[in-house]
Design a protein around this ligand. Sequence first.
Ligand SMILES: C[S@@+](CC[C@H](N)C(=O)[O-])C[C@H]1O[C@@H](n2cnc3c(N)ncnc32)[C@H](O)[C@@H]1O
Length: 318
Amino acid sequence: MAEKAEAEYYSKDFEWEDLRRVVENDPSLRYHLTPFVSSSSCAAPAVEADAWRSFHRRHSAGKFFKERRYLLKEFPELIRISDPVKVLEVGCGNGSTVLPILRAKQNITVYACDCSEEILRKAEEIIATGSAISLVPRFFTFLLDVSVNDFPDWLFCTSCRRNSSPEPANFSSDSRGENLEMSHMSAFLREDQCCIGGVDFVTMIFTLSAIPFKRMPSVIEKCLSVLRPGGLLLFRDYGLYDMTMLRFLSEQRVGFCEYMRSDGTFSYFFSLDTARNLFLAAGFTEVELTYCCITSVNRQTGKSMQRVWVHGKFQKPV
Ligand SMILES: C[S@@+](CC[C@H](N)C(=O)[O-])C[C@H]1O[C@@H](n2cnc3c(N)ncnc32)[C@H](O)[C@@H]1O
């Protein structure tokens, strides 16, 4: 019973359609809905990744860490498999998503990337102290600006991707990807392996919204490329008309449903249609896609806030 209540809490306190009607009929919010005429000023390459690096440097105490306890309720498939499971967390931050996944089951290994070296070290620190049983041997981090660079070959090399066999093909060590950091990777890549053979799950939890909209298609294609056939991409991110979207000022708009915070980080707010179009265009099939509409109350002010998230599961075709 308690489990059911928790699961429901993260899905529907109000109807998204009701919120849509209120927002779209409020003249003071109209600027969020008008078509956006792009200016060249926000198009500098990868500035948003720099902004995230600065963000993590400023918040190096890691106070922003909040374990996503609901994650396994929302994505129970992560713990349904008894065979070894490989998960890639894209934009792992300080490990809020990684920690509950690693703790859930011993058969899960998590590979995690972020564009900030500083936050990767923080995540490693948090994972090292996050459980009585050591999670460290099942947690591997690597630095990557996913909006600019490809995933390293050791995740799923081209030859194995082409064959798409359940086990990676054997190659000499010379064929391992250039990005391979041998000392680090030798911990989990056997001598006869050229790559780990792709991952079973990719998690993108509040990361895609941080990437400029025009770079999202290529990021999603890269995620598809490292998934094994039949693997799932688990997605959760800001939804259209979330309270934080409505707080942005007109001058903070950098695109349609896209905003830049004063610190230079980006935030995009997804409608179901936009999310669907992005993932399907990359080659995924849709398994689940809904709005999660949650009313949360600010303990200090007593004000209630209507939060909207998009929850999705997309599969790589077999
Ligand atoms: C809102 S946090 C989400 C962190 C984590 N997924 C979670 O569940 O808490 C977004 C993360 O994405 C990272 N990020 C932003 N742009 C990125 C990029 N281009 N490549 C890799 N990581 C990126 C940021 O550094 C940040 O840690």
